[in-house]
Design a protein around this ligand. Structure first.
Ligand code: DON
Length: 579
C-alpha cells in the first residue's frame, strides 16, 4: 500500500489548511475513527479483520485501533473465537499463521498439534487388524497435544507490539460476562446437544441446565474465563504448566488418553519458512509442511500457469476439467509425500517447481479424464465438513496475517477439560491410519504421515497471502479439510485469470476433487446441466454438494489504497470489522 501515515500527511499540509489540518490531526491523535462492523463487504482505510464471529472481528479491530499491529490483532481475534465460535475457534487445538511484513518479507508460525510421547504408528489399528479411528474419534485417544496458545505466544514474542495482557483480556471478558448467542450458534449447539450428553462438562458448558440456548441469550463460560485469565497472567505457562496442564492431564487419565503434563511442557510452536511460488506474476506465500496446503496450492497453480485458463471461461467444462486434473495430480502427490518435514523427507522444492509442473501438465489430456489408480496408492474416505475456521487481518502499515486453526471435527473430540472450560481437538485422525494399508476403501498407509512421538499430523490448512510487485494483494484461506486447498486455488484463479472482484472471487461456486475417491464434488449452481453433461462425457463423475469452504478474506484495492474485508457469504456470522 502506498498510503502515508497520518503524521506525515499532517506535516506536508499547506499553510492555508494548517488550522483545519491541525484540528483534524489533534482529533485523530485523540480518537481514531470509529469502528465499523459489516456482515458484507467492508472498505477500510486503517485496518481490517474478517472472521467467523462479530465479537472476534471486533476484538481484533479494536486491537488495531488501539495501536496493535496485525499479529496482535490476529492473536486477540483467535482468542475471542475460542470463546464465541466453540465449533472451531480454540485454545485446545492448533493451526498455522502466515505473516507478511510491510517490507515484503514473510514467515509462518506452525502451532499444529503433536502426537503425544506414547503415540505409535499402530495406535489406531484394532485387535482385528482393522483401522479403528472411527471408534476413537470422539475419545481421549483422538486428542493431539494442543498448539494454539504456544503459537500465539511465539508470534507475540517475535512480532507483536501490544501488551499480551491487552490481547487476552477481551476474550476473558467474553467468557466471564458472556456474549449473545447467534442464530447459527444456537442451531449448531442444539444439533449437538444429545451427543454432548456423553460428555458432561461439555453438556453443562453449552446448554442452559440441559436446555438449548436460544438466539440472543447470553452464553457465559466461567471455567474458560479462568483458563484465559491464567493465560493472560502467565503467558504460555498459563496453559502448558500449572493448573491448566494438571486439569488436562487428569482428564486424560480419567478418559484413557495419553497426553501427560510432560507432553504439554515439551510442546513448542515453531517458526518456519513459508512455501512460496509465483502465478502469472503474482507472489504466493503459503503454509509449509506439516501442512500439505501451500505445497499442493503452488503445484496446482504451476500446472494451470501453462494453460490459457482465462480463455476457457469461468465455470466452463474445459476449465473444470483442467482444474480437476491439476487437483488429481497434486492430491496423489500429497498422499505419497506430504507429512511433518521434521520427521519425513518431503520434496517440497521439487513438487513446487515449474519443471515438475511441466511434467504433470504433459500427462493431462485436453478432453478426457485421467483415472485415479487405487493400485498405486489409495485415497481417503468421505468428505469433510467445514469445522475449522479461517480469519484474515491487515493493519494500517500493510502488515498482513492469515490464520487457519482448528479442532479438526466440529467441537473436536467433544471433550471439555473439566474445570478448565475448553474443548480438546480430535486431530490424531489426520495421521495415516494403518501402516502399509492403502486400499480400495480409500485408506492411506504411506510411511511419511504415520503417528510417531511428537510428530505433527498432516494438514490441509492453507492460510495464504498474495502479493504483486512488492505490494500486498490479498489475504486468503478457508476451512473444509482437504477442500481447503482447492477453495484457495479457485479464489486465486478467479482473481488472476477471470479478473473477478474480491466479492465475486469469494462468492463464486467451487468444486473439489482429491484424487480418490475419483469423484468431483460441485457446489450447486457451479455449472449448467448441459455443461455438466459435457464434463461427464469426458469421463468425470460428478456429485452435487453443499457449500464448500468459508473464506473470510481481505483484499487491497491498489487504486483507492483501501482495504476490502470480504466475509464469505456462505457463513451468516462472518463479519468484517475495520476503521
Ligand atoms: O488440518 C486439517 O487439514 C484438518 N484437520 C482440518 C479440518 C477441517 O477443516 C474441518 N473439516 N473437517
Amino acid at each position: 500500500m502506498n498510503r502515508l501515515p497520518n503524521s506525515i500527511l499532517c506535516l506536508v499540509a499547506g499553510s492555508a489548511l494548517a488550522v483545519l489540518v491541525a484540528a483534524a490531526c489533534a482529533q485523530s491523535a485523540a480518537a481514531p475513527p470509529e469502528l465499523t462492523l459489516e456482515r458484507g463487504v467492508l472498505e477500510s482505510e486503517n485496518g481490517v479483520v474478517v472472521s467467523a464471529y462479530p465479537h472476534a472481528s471486533r476484538a481484533g479491530a479494536e486491537t488495531l485501533r488501539a495501536g496493535g499491529n496485525a499479529v496482535d490483532a490476529a492473536i486477540a481475534t483467535g482468542l475471542a473465537l475460542a470463546v464465541t465460535h466453540p465449533a472451531a475457534g480454540n485454545i485446545g487445538g492448533g493451526g498455522f499463521m502466515v505473516i507478511r511484513f510491510p517490507d515484503g518479507a514473510s514467515t509462518v508460525i506452525d502451532f499444529r498439534e503433536k502426537a503425544p510421547l506414547r503415540a505409535h504408528p499402530e495406535m489406531f489399528v484394532g485387535e482385528d487388524g482393522e483401522y479403528s479411528f472411527q471408534i476413537h474419534h470422539r475419545s481421549h485417544l483422538a486428542v493431539g497435544v494442543p498448539g494454539t496458545v504456544a503459537g500465539f505466544a511465539l508470534a507475540h514474542e517475535r512480532y507483536g507490539r501490544a501488551s499480551w495482557r491487552d490481547l487476552v483480556d477481551p476474550s476473558v471478558v467474553l467468557a466471564r460476562d458472556g456474549f449473545e448467542v447467534s442464530e447459527r450458534l444456537a442451531r449448531s449447539l442444539e444439533g449437538r446437544l444429545e451427543a454432548f450428553r456423553d460428555y458432561p462438562a461439555t453438556h453443562a458448558q453449552f446448554s442452559r441446565d440441559g436446555e438449548p440456548y436460544r438466539p440472543g441469550e447470553m452464553l457465559v463460560q466461567s471455567d474458560l474465563a479462568g483458563t484465559l485469565e491464567r493465560i493472560r497472567d502467565q503467558g504460555r505457562d498459563g496453559f502448558y504448566a500449572g493448573v491448566t496442564a494438571r486439569l488436562l492431564a487428569e482428564e486424560m487419565v480419567r478418559g484413557g488418553g495419553w497426553i501427560t503434563e510432560e507432553d504439554l511442557a515439551r510442546y513448542e510452536a515453531i517458526e518456519r519458512e513459508p512455501v512460496t511460488g509465483t502465478y502469472r506474476g503474482y507472489e504466493i506465500i503459503s503454509m509449509a509442511p506439516p501442512s500439505s496446503g501451500g505445497t499442493a496450492l503452488v503445484a496446482m497453480l504451476n500446472v494451470l500457469e501453462g494453460l490459457d485458463v482465462a480463455a476457457m471461461g469461468a465455470g466452463s467444462p474445459e476449465h473444470a476439467h483442467h482444474l480437476i486434473e491439476a487437483m488429481r495430480r497434486a492430491f496423489r502427490d500429497r498422499a505419497m509425500f506430504l507429512a511433518d518435514a521434521d520427521f519425513a523427507d518431503v520434496p517440497v522444492e521439487r513438487l513446487t517447481s515449474k519443471a515438475y509442473a511441466d511434467e504433470l501438465r504433459a500427462t493431462i489430456q485436453a478432453e478426457a479424464a485421467s483415472t485415479s489408480a487405487p493400485g498405486d496408492i489409495a485415497g481417503e474416505p468421505g468428505w469433510e465438513s467445514s469445522e475449522t475456521t479461517h480469519y484474515s487481518v491487515v493493519d494500517g502499515d500493510g502488515m498482513a496475517v492469515s490464520v487457519t486453526y482448528t479442532l479438526e471435527g466440529g467441537y473436536g473430540s467433544y471433550i471439555t477439560v473439566p474445570g478448565a472450560g475448553f474443548l480438546l481437538n480430535n486431530e490424531m485422525g489426520d495421521f495415516n491410519g494403518r501402516p502399509g494399508l492403502t486400499d480400495e476403501r480409500g485408506l492411506i498407509g504411506t510411511e511419511p504421515n504415520l503417528a510417531r512421538p511428537e510428530q505433527r499430523m498432516l494438514s490441509s490448512m492453507t492460510p495464504t497471502i498474495l502479493a504483486r510487485d512488492g505490494e500486498l494483494v490479498a489475504v486468503i484461506g478457508s476451512p473444509g479439510g482437504r477442500t481447503i486447498i482447492n477453495t484457495v486455488l479457485q479464489i486465486v484463479v478467479n482473481l488472476v485469470d477471470f479478473g473477478q472482484s474480491p466479492e465475486e472471487a469469494i462468492a463464486s461456486r467451487r468444486l473439489h476433487h482429491q484424487w480418490l475417491p475419483d469423484v468431483v464434488r460441485m457446489e450447486d449452481g457451479y455449472m449448467t446441466e448441459s455443461d455438466a453433461a459435457k464434463l461427464a462425457a469426458m469421463g468425470h463423475e460428478i456429485s452435487w454438494g453443499r457449500g464448500q469452504g468459508i473464506a473470510h478474506c481481505v483484499f487491497v484495492d491498489p487504486e483507492l489504497g483501501m482495504l476490502i474485508g470480504v466475509p464469505d457469504p456462505r457463513d451468516s456470522d462472518g463479519t468484517a470489522a475495520g476503521y
